[in-house]
Write a protein that binds this ligand. Structure first.
Ligand code: ADP
Ligand code: MG
Length: 374
């Protein structure tokens, strides 16, 4: 699953998201009008959070805002404050020197504690110095918040913080601090996180930001069938045969990543070919799933205990929709244990829970791909 926080191609391949982009623009307007705002995009991997953030960044640049891009990372050994270090580090390296000198001013030495590139750009007098940890932390929060608000003084500032499900506690505390103490900066902080993978720290920060009434959360759902076909035809620069659209929607259920990956695979293997002005699909072999999707699903399965994976195997045979009680019967396992396992599988987004009139609830495998990968 994509972990990239870089700008990826938006522009002419961007489809749908009318409401979401209008809501983002509204937040940008509020910030431009002098309110510090935070907007968080939440949704499953591949649904298009980074894509929307990139779209917003491009719009903000068009409207004359400054844009700083940062993101958290899953890799081991990353320093605290990574999303801020990325965003501000890039700014420090590229900002106009005079403006930077003014903005960093009296807080340069404190900022340089985590942003040593500031010292090298501004030269003498910004050597970092150690402080007792708690004081250092508060002073640092103050300095970064102030720095952001000074950058936002000249023109509105959009700070993009992607993949916040992996953010360290210090970054999230800093985010809350900036929002609490700089209420009237022309600052929009736009973040994204994977719902269901928040861990324990992010919900606390979200609760805190909600209390401050600075936060708007936008849940990113699947694309519609029409939008998915649109995505496909933009990718191929031409229309597709209806059966291709149908198959892609069935497999992806509107998740752009799960639509793009098979498409890429079919192009590589030559299964997808131009047929007049249309693209059509040759009969596919059985293992039609591209390695990237198999890897994404394997990664999710790896987080589950072996008995849970076993029961999912049985569930996949029952069908796309199955009942927990039937699964317990077939596997001859304690229904409560089965339910517990299914809750874990749901957390890993391998299955979906559909409530019905019956108390048992219906369970459905999440992406067509997920059940096929079994
Ligand atoms: N609205 C959209 N229009 C066109 N392509 C999209 C759209 N949303 C997502 N994509 C594409 O789908 C893939 C996954 O999207 P991404 O934004 O990386 O998902 P996420 O950040 O939620 O994991 C990317 O290649 C992206 O370009
Ligand atoms: Mg992303």
């Amino acid at each position: 699953v994509t972990i990239s926080t870089q700008l990826i191609g938006t522009g002419d391949t961007f489809v749908g998201r009318t409401h979401e982009s209008a809501a983002l623009l509204h937040q940008l307007e509020l910030a431009t009008g002098g309110q510090t705002r935070i907007v968080l995009l939440a949704g499953e991997p591949g649904i298009g959070k980074t894509c929307l953030l990139n779209w917003l960044a491009a719009r903000a640049v068009q409207e004359g805002a400054a844009v700083l891009l940062g993101g958290a990372s899953q890799s081991e050994g990353m320093p605290p404050y990574l999303p801020f270090l990325e965003a501000l580090g890039r700014y420090i390296r590229t900002a106009h020197l005079e403006a930077l000198r003014e903005q960093a001013g009296d807080i340069a030495a404190t900022l340089a504690v985590i942003l040593p590139e500031l010292a090298s750009r501004l030269g003498n007098g910004t050597a970092s110095y150690p402080l007792p940890p708690e004081q250092a932390r508060l002073r640092l929060f103050e300095a970064v918040s102030e720095f952001l608000s000074r950058i936002a003084a000249d023109r509105p500032l959009l700070l993009v913080l992607d993949d916040l499900q992996w953010a360290d506690g210090a970054s999230l505390d800093l985010l809350s601090h900036a929002a609490r103490t700089r209420r009237a900066s022309r600052l929009l902080i736009a973040g994204a996180y994977r719902s269901g993978e928040e861990g324990p720290i992010l919900p606390r920060a979200v609760a805190e930001l909600t209390r401050q009434r600075r936060l708007t959360t936008i849940r990113i759902g699947p694309l519609s069938p029409d939008e998915t076909s649109e995505l496909t035809s933009r990718h191929l620069a031409g229309p597709t045969a209806p059966d291709v659209d149908r198959l892609l929607y069935e497999q992806s259920e509107g998740n752009p990543f799960f639509a793009e990956e098979p498409l890429r695979g079919w192009l590589e293997t030559g299964a997808l070919q131009r047929d007049g002005d249309h693209w059509s699909l040759a009969p596919l072999p059985d293992d039609i799933l591209p390695a990237s999707i198999v890897a994404a699903v394997e990664q999710r399965l790896a987080r589950l205990d072996a008995p849970v994976v076993d029961s999912l195997r049985v569930a996949a045979i029952i069908g796309r929709v199955f009942q927990a009680s039937l699964l317990a019967n077939v596997t001859n396992r304690d229904p409560e244990l089965v339910e517990e396992g299914l809750a874990a599988a749901r957390q890993a987004r391998l299955i979906d829970l559909r409530c019905t009139a019956r108390s048992t609830g219906r369970i459905r495998s999440s992406a067509g791909a997920a059940s096929r990968a079994r």
